[in-house]
Every structure is written in C-alpha cells, then in structure tokens.
Design a protein around this ligand. Sequence first.
Ligand SMILES: [Fe+2]
Ligand SMILES: [Fe+2]
Length: 184
Amino acid sequence: MTKLYQQLRDDHKNLVKVLDVLEREIALYDVREETGSEKPDVLLILDIMDYIQHYPERFHHPLEEAAFDYLNEHNLGNAEEIAAIRAEHKDIEAGSSKIRTLIDSINLGEAVSLDSLHSALTQFHIDQLEHLRKEERTVFKDIHALDDSASEDILGRIEHRQDPLFAEAATQQFEALLKYLEHR
Ligand SMILES: [Fe+2]
Ligand SMILES: [Fe+2]
C-alpha cells in the first residue's frame, strides 16, 4: 500500500470517528436540563468542529484533489466521477461552516432551536458519510492502483502549498484530538 493511499484511508477512518463522537455530544444538549445528566463537553465539540472544518479543507481535500489531477493527467479513472466528487468538496465545506455558526450561536447564549442544530448535523453527517463511501467505491480504487512513484509525486504536489509553521501546529492539534478520542 502506498503512503498516499494509507493517508487517505486513515483520514476517512478518523473523520468517521470524530463525526460519531460529535453526534453523541450534541445529543447531550437534549437532556442537559435533566438533573444529574451528563453535560455536553463544549470544548470537545469545538475541537471536533475545528477538525471537521479545517482538516478536510486544508489537508484531506487538497491531497485528494492532487490525486484527481494526477489521474486526469494520465487519463486514469472516470473523469466525470472525479468532477462530481470535486464539486461535493465545496458542498461539504459549506455544510460544516453552517454547523459551526449554529454551535457558536448556542455558546453565545443565543436562542437556536436544537431541532435546527440536529437537522443540520444529521444532514451533514449523512452527506459526509455518503461522500466518503462514494470515494471509496470509485476513485479510491484508481488511487489504490497507483505505484509508489505516483504516490510520492502527488504527496509532493501539496507539500509546498502548506505554510510549514501552520501545518505543524495544526497537525499537532489534530493529533492531540485523535489521541484523546482513542482513550476516551
Ligand atoms: Fe473527498
Ligand atoms: Fe475523502
């Protein structure tokens, strides 16, 4: 398995995990009025929102899109499928900002109906999972078929795009979150 494919698969696994924890934490808002009930961990929710919003946008989607560029350049994979998946990245990024705005409003004490948060989150969760599954059924097969030199080429394409200081700080923050979730 190439480094590229391993990275993309790990990204998907981690995303599924954090989405699951986020949904469970948000569900605790429903029962927060009851005495003795577990309170939602607001800091954890915000950390996860940060992950969901920034990790795909800054790391996962650019890496996938570099792989899509490579596939397109070499006439590999299905160009139409690839274009549709690229378009979904924009929709997912818009969906995550919408949820972030709702959570920020709740934490500022504004009146936001839990129903609207739940439906936005449920929709986001469904869209995100569908997107991951679709990729795994389609383009991931073409990416899996690439050799190590293609993998290095693609990884090299995004490395220079990152501000190294930002990338290091963000990576440390995201790794800390994933580690925390492992021991929970
Ligand atoms: Fe994607
Ligand atoms: Fe993906």
